[in-house]
Design a protein around this ligand. Structure first.
Ligand code: SAH
Length: 348
C-alpha cells in the first residue's frame, strides 16, 4: 500500500517560492501573485475559492499543497457581546481567541502558544502544559476569524489586536513577529501597527530584541507588583528576571522606539492592596516611561486570589496620579463564558 504523502502547507512558502513553483511546472510566474493574494489578503480556506485561477492550475496546486487553515470549532457569546472562539489547529490542538466589542472598537485577543510554559499563580492558562508554538499563519487566521465575526455580528471592522490570549508571545518570537508582519502588510490585512499590542510577562532579553528590531507596535508588560519578593511569589518567572533588569530593558525600549510601555496590574486583596505596593509602583513608573492599566481580577477557581476592594483601587489611582502617571481602571468583559484575561483554559 502506498503511504499517503503529507502535502506541504503552501502558506509556509514566500511569494518568491510560489513563483519558483509555477516556473518549475512551466507556468507563468505572475500566477504566484494571484495565489498569494488569495492565501493572505483574501484568506482563502481552500483552492476552489481561487476563482480567477484556472481549474487546471487549481487541481495542480491541490496535488502539491494543502492550506492548513484553522477552524472555529466552537463559538460562545457572552451577555455583554464578547465572543470566544475555540479554534482547532490542523493537528487537532485547540487554542482560544476572543472578540471584545466596545462602543468604539472591535478588539481581537489572540493566542500565541498552545498552553503556556510560565507558571503565574493567578492565571488559568498556566495550568495547561505548553504543547507547542503557533505558526504565523495560525496566529493570522485567528485574527481573520475575529474580523469576519466583527463584520457579521456587529457590522463593524476590526480595529485593534492584542496578543493577550494563551501563551507568552516573546517565547514564540519569530512566528509572532512574522504574524504581525503579515497583519500589517498591504499584502495581508494592511492594519496599522499602532493598533496592535503585544503583552508579555516581561522578558528583558527579548524586550531588547524588540527594540533592536525597531518594531512599530505597542508593548504591554504584566507587572502586578513592583516589589521583587511579592512579584516572584505570584510570578515565579520573576526570580531569574528581576524588576531591575526589566526596568533596564524598558528604558532601552523607550530610547530606541520612543514609546511608553503599558503596565498591566491587578490589585489583589491582602497581596498587593496596600500603600507600600502602590508607592513602589509609582516609583517604578518614575524610572520607566509608562502608563498603568489596572485590570479587574477574574477568578479562576480556588479562593487564593481575590479582587481588592474599590477603596484600594482608588488609593492606587491617587498615588499614581500624584506622581503624574496616567492610570486607567479597566473592567473585564466576557466573564460569564470564561473569556476574560487569564480565564482561557480550553474548558469546553
Ligand atoms: N503571557 C502574556 C500574555 C497572556 S496573559 C502576559 O503575561 O502578558 C494576558 C493578561 O492577563 C496578562 O496581563 C495577565 O497578567 C492577565 N491575567 C492572567 N490571569 C488573570 C486573571 N485571572 N485575572 C485578570 N487578569 C489576568
Amino acid at each position: 500500500m502506498e503511504t499517503p504523502v503529507k502535502k506541504q502547507d503552501i502558506r509556509k512558502l514566500s511569494l518568491e517560492e510560489i513563483q519558483d513553483f509555477f516556473v518549475s511546472i512551466g507556468d507563468k510566474a505572475f500566477r504566484a501573485k494571484q495565489v498569494y493574494e488569495w492565501l493572505w489578503k483574501k484568506s482563502a480556506k481552500d483552492f476552489d475559492q481561487m476563482t480567477n485561477i484556472s481549474l487546471q492550475t487549481r487541481e495542480l496546486l491541490k496535488e502539491h499543497f494543502a492550506i492548513n487553515h484553522i477552524q472555529v470549532d466552537q463559538m460562545q457569546r457572552s451577555s455583554d457581546g464578547t465572543i470566544k472562539n475555540a479554534v482547532k489547529l490542523h493537528d487537532g490542538m485547540i487554542v482560544e481567541s476572543v472578540l471584545i466589542p466596545t462602543e468604539t472598537r472591535i478588539t481581537a485577543c489572540i493566542s500565541s502558544q498552545v498552553g503556556c510554559s510560565l507558571d503565574c499563580n493567578f492565571c488559568a492558562t498556566a495550568r495547561l502544559k505548553r504543547m507547542r508554538n503557533l505558526n504565523a499563519d495560525e496566529i493570522y487566521d485567528q485574527v481573520v476569524a475575529i474580523k469576519e465575526e466583527g463584520e457579521l455580528y456587529f457590522d463593524r471592522p476590526l480595529t485593534n489586536i492584542v496578543y493577550m490570549g494563551m501563551g507568552e508571545p516573546l517565547l514564540n518570537y519569530k512566528n509572532v513577529l512574522e504574524s504581525i508582519e503579515k497583519i500589517t502588510s498591504p499584502e495581508g490585512l494592511g492594519m496599522s501597527p499602532k493598533r496592535i499590542t503585544l503583552s508579555t510577562v516581561g522578558i528583558p532579553k527579548m524586550i531588547k530584541q524588540l527594540a533592536d528590531d525597531e518594531v512599530k507596535f505597542n508593548l504591554a508588560v504584566s507587572l502586578h507588583s513592583a516589589i521583587d519578593e511579592s512579584r516572584t511569589r505570584m510570578m515565579p518567572f520573576n526570580e531569574k528576571n528581576s524588576l531591575a533588569e526589566l526596568a533596564e530593558s524598558l528604558q532601552y525600549w523607550h530610547r530606541k522606539t520612543g514609546k511608553k510601555v503599558t503596565f498591566e496590574y491587578v490589585v489583589w486583596k491582602d497581596i498587593n492592596d496596600d500603600e507600600k505596593h502602590a508607592k513602589a509602583l509609582a516609583k517604578y513608573c518614575g524610572r520607566v516611561a509608562s502608563k498603568v492599566n489596572i485590570i479587574e481580577y477574574n477568578p479562576i477557581d480556588d479562593g487564593e486570589f481575590q479582587q481588592a476592594d474599590p477603596a484600594s483601587l482608588d488609593m492606587y489611582k491617587r498615588i499614581l496620579e500624584e506622581k503624574g502617571i496616567i492610570v486607567n481602571i479597566r473592567r473585564s468583559r466576557g466573564k460569564d463564558i470564561d473569556a476574560a484575561c487569564g480565564q482561557l483554559a480550553n474548558k469546553s
